[in-house]
Design a protein around this ligand. Sequence first.
Ligand SMILES: *Cc1c(COP(=O)(O)O)cnc(C)c1O
Length: 398
Amino acid sequence: MSNDAIKSPSDATIAARGGWVPEFVTRPSAPPIYMTTAFDLDDLSQLDAIATGREAGYIYTRDGNPNHEAFAADVAKLEGADAGITCASGMGALTAALLAMLKTGDHIVAARVLYGRTGQLINHLCSSFGVTVSYVDITDPAAIRAACTPKTQLGLIESVSNPLVEVADIPAVVQALGSVPLMVDNTFATPSLLRPIQHGAQLVWHSASKYLNGHGDVMLGVMVGASPLMRKIRGALSLYGMNSNPMESWLGSRGLRTLPLRMTRVSETALTVATFLGTQSAVTRVYYPGLSSHPTYGLAQRLMPRGQGGMLAFDLKGGRTAVDALFRLLSETIPFSPTLADARTTLSYPAGTSHKFMTAAERAACGISDGLVRLSIGLEDASDLIKELRDALSRLAD
Ligand SMILES: *Cc1c(COP(=O)(O)O)cnc(C)c1O
């Protein structure tokens, strides 16, 4: 008699039902990844209880998963919000919120200077879905007040702008918006340095692909705010399928554990590097809110006293050609990489990446020149970065 004949259940059944460790046998000291499409349920009453929120639990990963929830809950706590949702990317989080909060005929007030794709998304909402927008100079409260109409549902700004790292006067913007809720992109500052909700914002979102994760290896987004609004946004995210996956949410959670340490470190290094760049003849201007020469230095001291973050920019003499040469000289040490907030220091070129969707005239109006380089400071030693930059800049002058 062959073994197969007496084996019950069969290999196919064992294989199909495999992979389990009896519950409570293990006590992992790090959170597991719930790589599951759905969650088994006891019966129909449990389905109803979970679906209506009477009982904690999960049904289907597009609607919720422990890894999504763990990440969003930690960001909410750090930001001082009630609740949050995790999305497939920062853009996904923004889309979920706008779809949940806006309808045809509504109006929004947005900062004139925004991450390129954010502006593009708003423009798409306007051209395809009949939403209208007023872009305003957020340093001008009278302009914000004048832009608000009875149809205005939302104000949109960034806590620290890209790429000129201007800190927004969030309390002044909140006041000027009156009863219109403010949504803040806090990607550059992170809650370790600035908490917009403390200053009156209703919603805060992040490209968690950046500092929250901090290791340049995930695409992830998060939005936090008051529970009723977050339930509505969660509905849109699940309906439109903008959920993240458990693995990337888990990586985001792991990244969060070192966020405060990383933000302190990059702030210190960025100030040192910005000060150094100011001494270089190839550099005509340095933008860092921790430098007293920066237009929002005073605001940064008030709203971000613990540190001004890891993003800085500088204008290079010689425009695009000089930028190209600098990137080649630094390619082995400080790579040109169209992202930010990696553990490594990276260079970017706003006119060709984040802001390429603008016309040259629009870029000029925002102060983004053809010689503007953005530096995202990582966790390296400041003295190594300075040596590498000094060498490259001096060869540029040759
Ligand atoms: C990257 C970025 C986004 C978009 O987030 P994704 O995760 O790339 O979708 C939004 N805002 C800012 C400031 C960013 O840097």
